[in-house]
Design a protein around this ligand. Structure first.
Ligand SMILES: Cc1ncc(COP(=O)(O)O)c(C=O)c1O
Length: 436
């Protein structure tokens, strides 16, 4: 522990009460430094961070190449405002990121709009869809999480806590069930139920020609880390094409290599119209954006959307370094290897635990769902107990699911085999300890 930490330790612990309770909190840890997969407290206690700051630090904490890019750009200029000037990292990002558009039609020029948070990118999507189609309604999925600003909150149905007391929300938001195989009788039945519910919505509640966009997570995040049945995005593409609706994929949590491909949409052949990005995009600096064909993106008229900080120069430099690290260290591939191993070992462990209804996931987006044995009655108490038991063993995990009944495991994509061994051992011991 250095002199600096000793001086401020007491103050920092006391100062925690100054942070308002709106920041619902998993731990009381004060972190002094973070590197790779690890967080360290001022007392020198180390925690394996398999939360990734809610799916952000895909390149690990403080990757040296990201840190160097940030420092270099900060010394040249921090705030080079987008409405006033261009800056080099921003221009370079506008060149490189569109190349990542999933399943693009050859020859389609893709454009990029940059903002600060996932919710802001969702707002941009909603405004773009409205102006481009002249329609105002949206179709979303039960359990979806798209952010907490008024527009994004109106699309969010992962938990009532994000919505209650905030009426009126936006009108014209229509919710179909997300195809959740565990809770909807398996993959085939889940997909059929979802698509039938969309047909029913169109027949009873909203005319499809009033719907501007379908907004969907290619893997459900906050709502439970649910991998949809194969064919889901393709079926949505078909519905969208039939009715002139835009298909917007919210890749905020599932993108940036997390599922083993750069975007989770790449697990299907479906071409989206809009890709929503944030979290992993700049390894922790606030940056978000949408990708869309230029012809579509240019429907947003000058000044009709934007923000003081959108496309910040330092954040763009971090985003470029993040792309380099993703490519050079083959992080999507690594996510696949780590994820496959964790999935199969956790599934084997789960056989000894009757309250584990399912271990699921894609790449490094993994979840363990707890229910009453042989039923789907959620057991959020066990999910909470598991993350507490893991934390007592210095491994950090999060919950997810509408009832908080699942534990999500979000390793950084740079995690080492030794760290995976440790996490698997701790999760195994913790499952024993909580009597799951
Ligand atoms: C899928 C998804 N969309 C949007 C958001 C909102 O992002 P932000 O918290 O940066 O506003 C989140 C955040 O968790 C998310 O998981």
């Amino acid at each position: 522990m250095d002199q600096h930490s000793t001086d401020v330790l007491t103050d920092w612990n006391a100062l925690r009460t100054g942070v308002p309770p709106v920041w619902a909190r998993y731990t009381d840890l004060v972190v002094e430094r973070a590197s790779g997969s690890w967080l360290e407290t001022p007392e020198g206690e180390r925690y394996l961070d398999y939360t990734c700051g809610i799916g952000v630090t895909n390149t690990g904490h403080a990757h040296p190449r990201v840190v160097a890019a940030i420092a270099e750009q900060a010394a040249r200029g921090i705030h080079l405002q987008q409405n006033i000037v261009y800056h080099q990292p921003g221009l370079e990002l506008h060149r490189r990121l569109p190349q990542r558009f999933p399943n693009a039609d050859p020859g389609t020029e893709i454009g990029l709009f940059l903002s600060n948070s996932g919710a802001e990118a969702v707002e941009a999507t909603m405004k773009l869809a409205k102006i481009a189609t002249g329609r105002t309604a949206f179709l979303v999925f039960r359990g979806g999480f798209h952010g907490r600003t008024h527009g994004a909150m109106s699309l969010t149905t992962s938990s009532v806590k994000y919505r209650s007391h905030f009426d009126p929300l936006l009108p014209g938001i229509h919710v179909a069930p997300y195809p959740y195989p565990l809770r909807m009788g398996g993959e085939t039945a889940a997909l059929a139920t979802t698509m039938a519910a969309i047909d029913e919505l169109f027949a009873t509640v909203v005319a499809p020609e009033d719907v501007a966009a379908v907004v969907v997570e290619p893997v459900l995040g906050e709502g439970g880390y649910v991998v949809p049945p194969e064919g889901f995005l393709a079926a949505l593409r078909e519905v969208a094409d039939r009715h002139g609706i835009l298909l917007a994929v919210d890749e905020v949590q599932s993108g940036y290599g997390r599922t083993g491909r750069f975007f989770a949409t790449e697990w299907s052949d479906a071409r989206p119209d809009i890709v929503i990005m944030a979290k992993g995009i700049a390894s922790g600096l606030p940056l978000s954006g949408i990708l869309a064909p230029r012809q579509l993106l240019e429907k947003l008229l000058p000044g009709s959307h934007g923000g003081t900080y959108g496309g910040n120069a330092v954040a763009c430099a971090a985003a470029l370094a993040t792309l380099d690290v993703m490519d050079d260290e083959r992080l999507p591939e690594r996510a696949g290897v780590v994820g496959d191993r964790m999935l199969s070992e956790l599934r084997a462990t789960a056989e000894r635990h009757p309250h584990v209804a399912e271990v699921r996931g894609r790449g490094c987006m993994l979840a363990i769902e707890f229910t009453e044995p042989g039923a789907v009655t959620p057991r959020p108490d066990l999910a909470k107990a598991l993350i507490a038991a893991a934390m007592a063993r210095n491994v950090l995990l999060l919950t997810c699911g509408t009832y908080g009944q699942a534990v999500r495991i979000i390793p950084p994509l740079v995690t080492t085999d030794d760290e995976v061994d440790l996490a698997l051992r701790v999760i195994g011991e913790s499952l024993e300890a909580i009597g799951a």
